[in-house]
Design a binder for this molecule. Structure first.
Ligand code: TEU
Length: 557
């Protein structure tokens, strides 16, 4: 019997997460229930019906653990404790129960490349060279009065900090307050597996794994070459022991539960990602690939992108996943600008239409869609005026490296476009004070456009971005072609139209510009009519108004 490589397994064997729609919550900015200006877990619980109504199957919750918040929770002080600002463990249990009642699952953020420097392990580790926890982290002697090698940290400066107490340096790929764990130490791995079981036993359905490819370090930690220094993530993500660690984690923990694991694959090319998500290898289920969201960034500089380049990336990712892999589909998250400002048109006259086009793209590509909070409303970047308006440590950290070499106005223009705080401004629930996010003073300013872009208004308007998302998610459930059909780009070179076939029966056509386009579909496809959306169709000719999209039913002629 011949085997068709493009077929995914029959339904009974099909993992639930292939058909799921995932929604990311950044808890600090989602909903504040107690007026302290910081989002919290009871706030999430209060909005579960909103998520259910939208059609969300899985929530990915950014870190909710006890943390001194050097990096908003991506610096964990205690993995078994809930961040006090977010509530209590009882609040967490109530939230999880509420999700289960509504048929939703929860995945949490596993941040185990590094801990906070305030984690008990590091507090011990730095005490003396012979402390039992010394080997939980990566300590080295300096070299010629400086750090052990030339690694740089993502948030500025070297990736090594000298600790006066013992005269050695510790490694941190991110901030000095985020020391990297030593995954070569079996005790560290056992601790991580244990904390994973703690949360799985509570009923969470898996993990989004923060910079997981970075856990395996390069043997001997050799210096980076000048070329590698421009993008050290590719070196940090390719330590030889990564696959061993992930397979051990699967054997020890994940194989005993029904989970979804999605690895943040910063520094992993689509081809290298293939092994991580190959279902025969038992490593990860999905990865978050950076090629699309970082297609127009070079270091800290925003460059440009074109539609043909974007299309090439979608095809490349689809091919790279191969028959045994499955992709994630997303255009933003808490580390990237708002998708409508990045890939759409956030001019007030076009923001709604272009947000609908982008959400259609996310929800109709082959793979599991991930929506980031506010994306279902078309929330935009924030009009930052000065470097001081940013809270993110990355903005100040990189500026320390660049000041004096780069004009401040130039740096500001780049972080305005690409800075992470664009995505972290509070969720816009209403047109009222502080967008209905808090009754107090928000930790980060609410976008002034909450007056016109907010959930309350959009819930009441049938043609809103929110209702478009909701309808498409519901429609997608009934479409095997959208959930599982093959992907084929029908016109890779077109500068304004993105047209692709999904399975045998559907073609998606997206207009990425303000001008109306008349677009002819290939003669070999018989157009049967509009399946979802609205457009004028005459024979092979589709007329799409500026920033609109349509899904057509087709048959091979
Ligand atoms: O981010 C990984 C990461 O390296 C980048 O996305 C990062 O945000 C930076 O812009 C690189 O220049 C993950 C988390 O998603 C991020 O929020 C954390 O700050 C980071 O890891 C450290 O835990």
């Amino acid at each position: 019997m011949s085997h068709d490589d493009r077929k995914t397994p029959p339904d009974a064997l099909r993992p639930w997460w292939k058909d799921a729609v995932v929604y990311q919550i950044y808890p600090r900015s989602f909903m504040d229930s107690n007026g302290d200006g910081v989002g919290d877990i009871p706030g999430i619980t209060a909005r579960l019906d909103y998520l259910k109504d939208l059609g969300v199957d899985v929530v990915w919750l950014s870190p909710h653990f006890d943390s001194p918040n050097a990096d908003n929770g991506y610096d964990v002080r205690d993995y078994r404790k809930v961040m006090a600002q977010f509530g209590t463990m009882a609040d967490f249990d109530t939230m999880l129960a509420g999700m289960k009642q509504r048929g939703m699952r929860l995945i949490i953020d596993l941040v185990v490349n590094h801990t906070s420097d305030e984690h008990a392990w590091f507090v011990e580790s730095r005490k003396s060279r012979d402390n039992p926890f010394r080997d939980y982290y990566i300590w080295r002697d300096g070299r010629e009065g400086g750090p052990p090698n030339n690694y740089s940290a993502f948030f500025g400066g070297p990736a090594w900090t000298l600790d006066a107490a013992t005269g050695q340096y510790y490694l941190h790929y991110f901030a000095a307050k985020q020391p990297d764990l030593n995954w070569e130490n079996p005790e560290v791995r056992a601790e991580v597996y244990d904390l994973m079981r703690f949360w799985l036993d509570k009923g969470v359905s898996g993990f989004r794994m923060d910079v997981i490819p970075f856990i395996a370090k390069q043997p001997g930690l050799p210096d980076l070459t000048p070329a590698q220094r421009r993008a050290p993530q590719f070196v940090y993500a390719s330590g030889p022991r990564l696959h061993d660690h992930l397979r051990e984690m699967r054997r020890e923990v994940l194989a005993h539960y029904d989970t979804l694991t999605v690895g943040e694959a910063f520094g992993v090319t689509p081809d290298a990602a293939r092994d991580l998500i190959d279902s025969r290898r038992g490593e990860l289920d999905l990865v978050i690939n950076f090629d699309i969201v970082r297609m127009d960034i070079d270091g800290w500089r925003k460059t440009s992108w074109t539609l043909p380049q974007l299309k090439a990336l979608y095809s490349q990712l689809d091919t790279a996943a191969g028959p045994y892999g499955w992709n994630t589909q997303f255009l933003s998250n808490h580390d990237n600008p708002r998708s409508v400002s990045h890939f759409g048109d956030d001019d007030p006259a076009w923001v709604e239409r272009s947000a609908k086009v982008l959400n259609t793209l996310i929800l109709t590509q082959r793979g599991t869609p991930f929506l980031y909070q506010g994306e279902e409303l078309g929330m935009t970047n924030y009009p930052f005026q000065a470097l001081d308006d940013f809270d993110d440590l990355e903005v100040a950290g990189r500026w320390r490296d660049l000041a004096g070499r780069v004009p401040e106005a130039e740096y500001l223009a780049n972080v305005r476009a690409m800075g992470r705080d664009n995505a972290r401004t509070p969720m816009q629930w209403t047109a009222g004070p502080q967008g209905g996010f808090t009754t107090g003073a928000p930790w980060l300013a609410v976008n002034p456009n909450a007056a016109t872009i907010n959930a309350e208004d959009q819930a009441a308007r049938p043609d809103s971005v929110l209702n478009h998302c909701r309808a498409l998610i519901a429609w997608r459930r009934g479409s095997a072609d959208l959930r599982d059909g093959t992907y084929e780009d029908l016109d890779p070179d077109h500068e304004q139209v993105f047209a692709y076939r999904r399975g045998a029966g559907l073609v998606v056509v997206l207009n990425f510009g303000r001008e109306t386009v008349r677009y002819a579909l290939p003669a070999a496809l018989g157009v049967e009519g509009v399946a979802f959306g609205a457009a004028e169709v005459e024979g092979q000719m589709v007329t799409l108004a500026g920033w609109t999209s349509v899904i057509l039913a087709v048959r091979a002629a």
